[in-house]
Write a protein that binds this ligand. Sequence first.
Ligand code: GLA
Length: 731
Amino acid sequence: MAIIYNESKKTFSLQTLNTTYQLKIGNLNYVKHLFYGPRINDEDLIYLIRRYDRGFSGNPYDSLKERTFSLDAQPQEFTTQQQGDFRINSIEVQNADGSFSFNGRYVSHKIYSGAFTLNGLPTAFATENDTVDTLEVVIEDAVTHVAVTLLYSVFEEKDIIMRAARVHNGGEGMIRLKRIMSMNMDYLNGQNLDLISLPGRYGQERQVERQMLTHHVHKIRSGRGISSHQQNPFIALAERTATEEYGSCYGFSLMYSGSFLAEVELDQYDQARLVMGINDRLFSYHLEAGEDFDTPAVLMTYTHKGLARMSHRYHDFFRDNLNRSKFVMDVQRPVLLNTWEAAFFDFDDVKLLKIAKAAKDMGVEMIVMDDGWFGKRDDDNSGLGDWFVNENKIKCGLPSLVEQINALGMKFGIWFEPEMVSEDSDLFRAHPDWAMEIPGRRAVRSRNQLALDVSRREVQDYLIESINRILDSANIYYVKWDINRAITDLWSNDLPGDQQGEVSHRYVLGLYRVMDGIIKTHPDIMFEGCAGGGGRFDPAMLTYFVQYWSSDNTRPLDNLKLHYGSSFVYPISSMGAHVSTASPMVPIETKAAIAMCGTFGYELDATHLSEEAVARCKAMSDLYHKYYDLNFFGDYYRLANPFEPVNLVAWETRAKDMREALVTVVTVNLTMNGPQEYIKCKGLIPDQRYRVEGDGNVFFASGMALMHAGIPIPREVPEFTAFMYHLTAVE
Ligand code: GLA
């Protein structure tokens, strides 16, 4: 059992292999947070909490004359409002009588084996190798009978705790949730914590920022209706001294694809509080008597062994526990060529076949027909929503095109942008009210398109039906599912005016229903997500997509940063990355080495390549397969940080048994007559001898030497040279 309830102490210890999370039913039945850190035994850590009479931090009425008990200074599991805790909190609810009070006290709990699931929202699952137990703690307001169930699923071997909250309106009238966070995490001492987040923008997603906590509320959020390019629903809190190898790190990754919020506050007593969940901006949700509301889940991990270990925890978990598709573990993903940067909208069946024939010699195994094959779609101003084949372009028809591609020994993939509609489309002409637009106003256009109101059932059903019809009409192996604008003009014609605060969340729930109806019903198709690149790259999406297009930016040097930042939480096997014709000064081999820090493929017109270039691509496609297991299933280490003024950027993937590794080094800034540079490997067996092959040489060295002295990197080489060192254990 990964969860120990100590009846006499009233403590719950959530035990993973290497961590302990402890909570306690405390005085006045408030649920206290006591500890999250390295694994300890079942001991009551209440001694950590000292109480003082704090000025201006009030006391709950039933603490009577006891002036040292204030929620403003106590660490808690779910933080309440109007009870003297002035910090950021978990819930804001307007009760049936109009008041804004919620005073949740423990009423019951239960422990069971297996992971919790949520209504309409994706969660992680237990594999047959995992020990998973769940704790549910119910707190309730004695006046309104609004109850919140705190959910904790403990993935013992994975060192991951999945959390969420479920609100139940047990009262008689309707209540309005104005804010409901998935989790609250209190730190008794937050003085020496740094906040790490992954901000970015279109074309430059998931860069890394690390800042000291100061005495205010740090907000990381998206209000764009998608998890966004600008912020990712992941943050870490790390000790100021924490590095890749050492120090305490706490990771929080929210399984949600819409507008989200993470707030971290360093309070007046230098305690830190973190909350994470659905963005409360433009949000309010009606709950009738007897109804429930589920928040999305947060995946939480802790390690005292540094940032690399934190990332490994997420990589393993995202690979094993999010997506049951055979393309995650069992079936090698083919080398694909995507037609977007090859042809944009300018193609027909003949051109696609020409590209396919030429691409075959590059080792390409699948052709993906991107945007432009449907409706009236010759540019990005029209056609979205009309999910039927444009037979002026695909003259032979889709089934025949796919057959001809298959006859070349290649697989076929196709692009959709389901959630969008062009005003110039049959769908919009038939159903103008399906677009998200506020009555009496014109909606914001973005890429000259509107968002469909995916919160509506009839819209969902149309998408499921029209897209499945295409998927079932031909031998389709792969789908790229795109979205190319943020969501504005929140309004649904299905809801009354006073429930419009629900639209943003209902859109996300509707989207998950559409994806269930398309993706989960096609287990033999490999699905990749995309949002103008990586604008909706989050763990909820990874329960549907085995990979996510990282960025529309295919410039290899920019991708060094993108991969580095993404790797804090996402595994290589989830990051779509292609070789393109961008950055002509960078050799194909370097572009390919960088794309192998991702799922690898091409984004170019194969008919324009010289024979020599085709042969070089073929060699790189072969390498992708050669190193597939290492890259997709090994442990990934960041070796040199591209955000610093380095001359080399480097990373390593190492087999779980530590007997094989691939170290990739890209020379980004070699100065004339400069120093000899070394790259130090990580995660090797110290006294094991390794054969190291790379840069045209072979040498032998111990793991200790490779980790602490490193590999000397040749310097008299052309700019942007990549070296791939293959390390294998020898006796
Ligand atoms: C987005 C995607 C691209 C491509 C275009 C097509 O920008 O990220 O890869 O599919 O849409 O319109």
